[in-house]
Write a protein that binds this ligand. Sequence first.
Ligand code: GDP
Ligand code: MG
Length: 442
Amino acid sequence: MGHVDTGKTKLLDCIRGTNVQEGEAGGITQQIGATYFPAENIRERTKELRADVKLKVPGLLVIDTPGHESFTNLRSRGSGLCDIAVLVVDIMHGLEPQTIESLNLLKMRNTKFIVALNKVRFIMVDRLYGWKTCRNAPIEKAMKQQSKYVKIQFETQLVQIITQFKEQGLNTELNNMDKEMRETYRIVPTSAISGEGIPDLLLVLAKLTEKTMVENLTYRNEVQCTVLEVKVIEGLGTTIDVVLVNGMLHEGDQIVGPIVTSIRALLTPHPMNELRVKGTYQNHRAIKGAQGIKITAPGLEHAIAGAALYVVGPHDDLEEVKETAMGDMKSVLSRIDKSGEGVCIQASTLGSLEALLEFLKTPEVNIPVSGISIGTVHKKDVMKASVMLEKKKEFATILAFDVKVTPEAWKLADDLGVKIFMADIIYHLFDQFKGYINNLKE
Ligand code: GDP
Ligand code: MG
């Protein structure tokens, strides 16, 4: 997780890339929206740290959070989608709005995480005394090669960032491999370009897994699956990218989430070394978790990113499964002001909607909500918001978080006097709305 452009994807690229180039054992595989690091590979990559990695799991499934698409409900309905997080921070930028947003989510869900302080190389190169590249080296070794000036620069940035974390109520410290894992949060400096610090990052991940998860790890047959993205793919129509945490999916399985349909195809990318032809996928009859998978099926345009996906088993009652699937929506709906006075909010995914609701409820913000919706703002959403014009004019407002607004909706809003505020950072919505209210008062 982390702010846009901090290097989340690049870090994964770096780990995958070197793996391919160096032809190491136990190939890392790229999946849909996810990357699989086999334990063997982690052991290999951390060798230089003389670490005794005892990963009791076959590997780690790492999920990238693409762009600013909010991937926020990390744990939906007890299905632990994400057990550990890596919060990526740009060493030059420090904590940015979405870093803080991510932090708050991690705190809220009580998810363990480590901080990757990325782009260590970048800043130094811009200065006179360049950073000396030590490709894929542990950070301590790389640091030893640096000039005093570089080290001072690094320290200065680090101290600032630790202070910023403290302001957020978190104790962080620079990672030290010799120290026991304690209750502080570890900062691991990395460069996604030349790979310094990557061994450290992998080792800390492995250690944290050993320490916090071993008791919790059991393979269950029950399907735990979450929709990451709803995407139109040429030739395939609307598809969903899912993370299957537990259980098995089969071609033809009836799925609910919250639409009801049957799986037409289960797709994954070809293994790395074959991934030369773009846009081709491997078909599977059945797939076992944990995996990132693309699913094709009729009617997926109504699927909701962030929602859990359920499979209707031979002994299950469809109506009951539908009821459970609606549970996710209901838990969100239950947080809406029942008095019926409030703004309308609209977001790209169930998760981001949840996050926005949570934020608006905090005492410092305290904006009541009367309606919610997922996806693009259409005319009907404007109509819904316009109901407030007679009750409380300032609430005839739509806060659109990370979604588009159709031209027809804009026009109607103009005609009716409904306000629409758009942003892809939650705080900006608040600022805009606050500005509007203050204007009205004057
Ligand atoms: P994301 O939005 O967090 O996934 O960020 P990306 O991985 O797309 O990276 C954003 C930009 O930062 C790209 O241009 C990367 O090449 C660059 N970048 C990422 N990591 C590093 C790094 O460690 N050093 C330098 N110099 N640039 C980096
Ligand atoms: Mg990215």
